[in-house]
Design a protein around this ligand. Structure first.
Ligand SMILES: *Cc1c(COP(=O)(O)O)cnc(C)c1O
Length: 328
C-alpha cells in the first residue's frame, strides 16, 4: 500500500484558506522561566485560538476544501473533545450542515458549546459503541463527508499552520516541542519545520502512560495500546494515524514522555506565572522542556500550547488536590 504524503505547499495553501478566519495567536515569553531553565522559551499560544485550541485550523481547512456537493451534503465527525467544536464552528462559518457523534456523558459544557455552533449531535455510549463506526455509517447512509480528528491530509496541514506562524514570527529555533495524541499537530509542525527551520529539532511529547508513538517508532510500525489512564484527555488515543505516522517517522527527532504530576506542575506554572488557563494535554510540551532543560542550555526553544479547554471545576481540582482523584 502506498500513500501520498502531503507537503509544505499544502500547509501554505491551508494558511491562505485560514486567513481572516483563524486567529494569528500570540507568541509569549516568561523572563522568570527563561532564567530558571537557562534557555529562551517561546510559547505559541493556541489556547487563544478560536474555540480554544489549534483544532480549529485543521477542521476549517478540511471543510474549506469541500466541493460544492460535499458542502451541501454536510460533514460528520466524532469527538469527545476539541475536534467536535472545531468542526461545528468551521461548519457554521462556512454554512455547511454538521453532525457530531459525541458520548452521552460528554461534559455538559462541551455538549452545549457544540450545539451552540449549530451542529446536530448524535449521542452514543462510549463503553459499548464505536464512535468512528457510527460516524462512518452516517456518512455512508446520508452522503455526508466524514472528517477524522487527525489522520487526514487537510486536517494535519491545517494544524501545521501554527508552527508556520511561529517560525515566521521568531525565526529559526534550536528545538520545538509539540503535544502529541494522534499526531496531526506534530506531523503538520514537522512539515513547517522542514521548510522553515531545517536544523530545528522537533520533539513530540506523549503522556508516559500512553506512549504508543514512542513504542511505534521503536517497533517500526504502529502499535495499538489500551486507552491510557492520564489527565491528558486529548492524548488518550490508542493508536497514531497511518498518514501522521509516516510523516513523524521520517522527520521527528525524538519522542519525550511526561507524567501527570509533571503536567500539573506545568499547568500551575501557566496559571500562576503567565495568567493562562491551559488544559492538561496542552501542558505536555512545557513539561518535557522543563525535564530536558539541563541538556538544552542556551537554546531557543519553541513550545506549542495546544489548547485551553478545561472545565473550571476540574482545573481547580487538579491544582488544589493534585493526584489521587486526578485520574477520575
Ligand atoms: C487534539 C489535541 C491534541 C493532540 O493532537 P493530535 O493532532 O491528535 O496529536 C493535543 N492537545 C489538545 C488541546 C488537543 O485538542
Amino acid at each position: 500500500m502506498s500513500i501520498t504524503l502531503p507537503n509544505f505547499d499544502n500547509v501554505l495553501a491551508a494558511a491562505k484558506r485560514l486567513q481572516g478566519h483563524a486567529h494569528r495567536t500570540p507568541v509569549l515569553q516568561s523572563r522568570s522561566l527563561n532564567e530558571r531553565l537557562g534557555l529562551q522559551v517561546l510559547f505559541k499560544c493556541e489556547n487563544f485560538q478560536r474555540m480554544g485550541a489549534f483544532k480549529f485550523r485543521g477542521g476549517f481547512n478540511a471543510l474549506a476544501c469541500f466541493t460544492p456537493a460535499q458542502r451541501q451534503a454536510g460533514v460528520v465527525a466524532y469527538s469527545s473533545g476539541n475536534h467536535a467544536q472545531a468542526i461545528a464552528l468551521s461548519a457554521q462559518i462556512l454554512g455547511i450542515p454538521a453532525t457530531i457523534v459525541m458520548p452521552h456523558d460528554a461534559s455538559p459544557a462541551k455538549l452545549a458549546a457544540t450545539r451552540a455552533y449549530g451542529a446536530h449531535i448524535v449521542g452514543y455510549d462510549r463503553y459499548s459503541e464505536d464512535a468512528m463506526a457510527i460516524a462512518q455509517g452516517l456518512a455512508a447512509e446520508c452522503g455526508m463527508t466524514f472528517i477524522p480528528p487527525f489522520d487526514h491530509a487537510d486536517v494535519l496541514c491545517g494544524q501545521g499552520t501554527a508552527a508556520l506562524e511561529l517560525f515566521d514570527e521568531v525565526g529559526a529555533l534550536d528545538s520545538l516541542f509539540v503535544c502529541l495524541g494522534g499526531g496531526g499537530l506534530l506531523s503538520g509542525s514537522l512539515l513547517s519545520a522542514q521548510a522553515r527551520a531545517p536544523h530545528c529539532q522537533v520533539f513530540g511529547v506523549e503522556p508516559q502512560a500512553g506512549n504508543d508513538v514512542q513504542q511505534s517508532l521503536r517497533r517500526g510500525e504502529r502499535v495499538r495500546i489500551a486507552t491510557p489512564q492520564t489527565i491528558a484527555d486529548g492524548a488518550q488515543t490508542p493508536m497514531v494515524g497511518a498518514l501522521t505516522f509516516e510523516i513523524i517517522r521520517r522527520h521527528v527527532s525524538d519522542i519525550h514522555t511526561v507524567t501527570d504530576a509533571q503536567l500539573i506542575e506545568a499547568m500551575r506554572f501557566y496559571a500562576e506565572r503567565m495568567k493562562m488557563v491551559v488544559e492538561p494535554t496542552g501542558c505536555l510540551s512545557l513539561a518535557a522542556v522543563v525535564q530536558a532543560a539541563p541538556q538544552m542550555q542556551g537554546q531557543r526553544v519553541g513550545v506549542i500550547i495546544s489548547g485551553g479547554n478545561v472545565d473550571l471545576a476540574r482545573f481547580a481540582q487538579l491544582l488544589c488536590d493534585p493526584l489521587p482523584s486526578a485520574a477520575a
